[in-house]
Design a protein around this ligand. Structure first.
Ligand SMILES: [Zn+2]
Length: 139
C-alpha cells in the first residue's frame, strides 16, 4: 500500500532543509506548533515530516509503495505517538488516542494517494507540495 517515507532526494536544495530521519522510514504529517503558525520555519516543525521510528524531522518525503497493510501503517503511527508520550492515558483518553491516530493516518493516506509513487514532497504548514528534482547544472 502507499505511504510516505523519508528521502534525501532534493533535500538540501532549500536553505530551510533538514534531514534527521532514517532513509526510507515511514513518516507522518504532524500538527505544528504555534510558533510555526506565525513563522513556518521558526522551529522547523511546520516545514517537516516526522519519522515514525527516529522521532526526528525531515523536510523531504516521498510517496512509496510499502510492503505493509493499512493496519500495520496505522500501528506504526500509533506506536510512534505512544513512544513520543502523546497517548499518555493521564491526559489522553482511549477515544482521543484513537482519533489522533485516525487523523494522522488520514493525512498520510490523503497525500500518498493524491500523488504518484516516487513523488518527492515538501510541506509548509497544512500545505503539501511536489518538490522538483534539481539537476547538477542548476545547483
Ligand atoms: Zn514548530
Amino acid at each position: 500500500m502507499r505511504a510516505l517515507v523519508a528521502t534525501t532526494r532534493t533535500n538540501g536544495a532549500l536553505r530551510t532543509d533538514v534531514d534527521h530521519c532514517i532513509e526510507g522510514e515511514l513518516v507522518s504529517i504532524d500538527e505544528y506548533c504555534d510558533c510555526c503558525r506565525i513563522d513556518p520555519g521558526s522551529c522547523g516543525c511546520g516545514l517537516a515530516f516526522s519519522g515514525l521510528s527516529s522521532h526526528r524531522m525531515t523536510t523531504t518525503a516521498q510517496v512509496a509503495q510499502v510492503p505493509l497493510s493499512e493496519s500495520e501503517v496505522r500501528e506504526a503511527i500509533r506506536s510512534s505517538l505512544h513512544a513520543g508520550g502523546w497517548l499518555d492515558p493521564s491526559f489522553c483518553s482511549r477515544a482521543l488516542a484513537h482519533q489522533l491516530v485516525e487523523e494522522a493516518w488520514s493525512r498520510v493516506r490523503h497525500v500518498a494517494t493524491h500523488y504518484p509513487v516516487g513523488t518527492v514532497l515538501g510541506r509548509s504548514l497544512d500545505h503539501v507540495y511536489e518538490r522538483q528534482e534539481v539537476g547538477p547544472e542548476a545547483g
